[in-house]
Ligand binder design. Sequence first.
Ligand code: 6PG
Length: 249
Amino acid sequence: MTALTTVADPEAVAARAATRIASLIAQARERRGVAHVALAGGGTPRRAYELLAGLVERWDGVELWFGDERCVAPDDEQSNYRMVREALLSRIAIDDAGVHRVRGELGPERAARDYARELCERVATDASGTPVLDVAVHGLGPDGHTASLFPGQPSLGVRDQLAVGVAEAGLEPFVPRVSLTLTALTGGRHVVVLAEGPSKAGALAAAFGPRAVPGPEVPASMLAPETRDLTVLIDARAAAGLDLGGTAR
Ligand code: 6PG
């Protein structure tokens, strides 16, 4: 099921996303004693993570993962881990063992192998052997990419692996990446996509609009057909002029 919600502005996107993620964390921990959450990188989710820090009272039983990472040092300004550390980890009490950083500094292939192994070791799997994340948070690039799955790249066709090395990013920062594959990203229970601003309007329509045709030219469009529960939160600027059939709030 895909629920697309248009809210007034970026702060409202962040607030709705933080509330949704906190609720899914509580639900997972109540039902299974643990919540596995894969966080998106980039800039859009930063504010949502800052708000999330204040919405979850205790972080024991929460395990944080990353949907993708740039192959840079963890203190590099391009590091998704650094952004999450600044926006979230620095504001909460969570054990180091509950934060699974992608060691991108090892290079895309080695880092992807190590990360996939860690996922398999820590996350309960479904009948197909795929680890079932409780929440996967996604951003959306203006080219329709999500995580580090870029239009037309071979990584989109990798379905027998959980993580993949991406030698050439399709959008800045043009550094090698590690990305969860569609198998890992859609094998979870819930996906939450955040997008805001006019630069994302075209990608939103192509990915989630009523005339979207799922396919590798718009990687984010490949989420909906395989995701059990998809929430798309966008602001009015991103939705402007789009016939998304969304519900303005
Ligand atoms: C990354 C992200 C990427 C991001 C989009 C949108 O590592 O860059 O995971 O998928 O979500 O590029 O980025 P913004 O939120 O900065 O627009």
